[in-house]
Design a protein around this ligand. Structure first.
Ligand SMILES: *Cc1c(COP(=O)(O)O)cnc(C)c1O
Length: 454
């Protein structure tokens, strides 16, 4: 069953029960269409919408290996739809008692996955950017006079958020493999209050060396925040990863961000933030005149920058984790396949004459390029674009990749035989984040390798 329309009977059954619950409060007209609208009118606009939606790239299909995009798990979609008809708001316990409970349950599961003890503090957010903002906000409150540092491979929103927070931002240079310049960190250590380690960079999925950074943190006293928005769920299969040693120390970070809407099979609108020490909550405490309290329990809205948050997001994640728990045979089985797709692709590419693998995948993202006849950066950039565009010409036999730009200096250090006729080098990049990618890798690589370039 891979057609979403086939899940409708499941949703219909559950919605009937919700309708019954609604009528327990007495008959009302809230579920009726307003008098001026006919169901035909909705149908006709929906059909217009459906036509517009066809303008999307095929994010669902394994021929799409471009950006970090894929449809949610069907269970997440069903749960979200069901909960959304009630529209609970997890800004306060009373905004949605059951979905707030579900949020607490999933927060516990995620904190366990990270390896935090019961003294942690965490909640869902509407995404990774806001989750990181909370971490950086706490970072600034704890060390107001110091800077926040991250590598040049960190997500671009970190420097933006530092600007927003009026915090100094230090960009740490990286070497060819994406490893931070430790000497640079050491010489700037006195100025750094919190250092952001990216566990799976957005570009090429590089897992930064948390072990080295934690040793330096011990020596120099700075805090460490792990941005695991993309990579976080790979913690489940850490024993199978070359970066195992880094993941094993995740629990030593002062804060961690993980995006369930990236590798947690959720629809957009679901990030999460965790603090190892619950005392971070004191920076958020507020007494809003608008929120309404009927219990002394911790209100998730009290420890969050955002006010309204979709209770449906918590319901969707909770439902998904009942079916696919955070274990090796649960969600781990999905991640194992995505990584296996990437390593398989990397192997095939390394054996393919005329193609070069730019990075051995740490997670499930690869960078690569086809060698141009004349070895110059400009020529390579042209060939990369040619392949990228060729893939999108045929719906049935095509493919979708992304272009990735690197500084020419880095590229030339790796490939000194190339003429430096451009400041930016453009290579191809594939995110193999769907389990469906794994059985499709032979076919996909065949399609990519057979593109004729001039
Ligand atoms: C995606 C991503 C973010 C931003 O998260 P959003 O959910 O898109 O706001 C931050 N950091 C990393 C490493 C990411 O991959």
């Amino acid at each position: 069953m891979n057609n979403f329309s086939e899940y409708l009977p499941l949703l219909r059954g559950a919605l009937k029960k919700i309708d019954e619950w609604r009528t327990l409060y007495g008959d009302d007209s809230s579920g009726d269409l307003p008098a001026h609208l006919s169901s035909h009118a909705i149908e006709s606009v929906l059909s217009e919408l459906e036509k517009k939606l066809r303008g999307n790239y095929p994010f669902h299909h394994p021929q799409y290996a471009g950006q970090m995009l894929k449809p949610p798990h069907p269970a997440a979609w069903l749960a979200y739809s069901l909960a959304m008809t009630i529209n609970p708001n997890n800004h306060a316990l009373d905004g949605g008692p059951p979905t707030s409970e579900m949020e607490k349950e999933v927060v516990k599961l995620l904190a366990n996955m990270i390896g935090y003890d019961s003294n942690h503090l965490g909640h869902l957010t509407s995404g990774g950017t806001v989750a990181n903002l909370e971490a950086l906000f706490v970072a600034r409150e704890i060390h107001p006079e110091k800077a926040i540092a991250a590598t040049s491979n960190a997500h671009y929103t970190h420097s933006r958020m530092c600007h927003l927070l009026r915090s100094d931002y230090i960009e740490i240079p990286v070497d060819l493999n994406g490893s931070p310049d430790l000497d640079f960190i050491e010489s700037n250590a006195a100025k750094i209050g919190t250092l952001v380690v990216t566990m799976g960079t957005t570009g090429l999925g590089v897992v930064e060396p948390l072990d080295d950074i934690l040793k330096m943190a011990d020596r120099f006293g700075f805090r460490v925040h792990a941005d695991a928005a993309y990579g976080g769920f790979f913690k489940i299969i850490e024993n199978e990863l070359p970066s195992k040693k880094q993941w094993q120390q995740l629990h030593l970070c002062d804060s961690v961000v993980i995006d369930p809407h990236k590798h947690g099979l959720q629809p957009y609108g679901c990030g999460s933030i965790f603090f190892r020490d619950a005392s971070a909550g004191k920076y958020f405490k507020h007494d809003s005149p608008y929120t309404y309290f009927t219990s002394d329990d911790l209100h998730l809205g009290e420890i969050s920058i955002e006010c309204s948050r979709a209770g449906a997001s918590a319901a969707a994640l909770w439902t998904t984790l009942q079916l696919l728990p955070l274990t090796s045979s649960g969600l781990g089985s999905v991640l194992r396949k995505t990584r296996s797709a990437a390593t398989k692709f990397a192997e095939l590419l390394s054996r393919q004459a005329g193609w070069k693998l730019y990075n051995t995948p740490d997670l499930d993202i690869t960078g690569y390029f086809k060698e141009p006849k004349i070895k110059s950066i400009k020529e390579m950039n042209r060939i990369s674009r040619q392949i990228f565009e060729a893939g999108m010409k045929n719906q049935q036999t095509g493919f979708h990749l992304s272009l990735f730009t690197i500084g020419a200096d880095h590229f030339l250090q790796k490939y000194p035989e190339y003429t430096a006729d451009n400041t930016r080098a453009v290579i191809l990049r594939s995110v193999f984040m769907k389990e469906e990618h794994e059985p499709f890798i032979d076919e996909l690589s065949e399609r990519i390798f057979s593109v004729e370039t001039d």
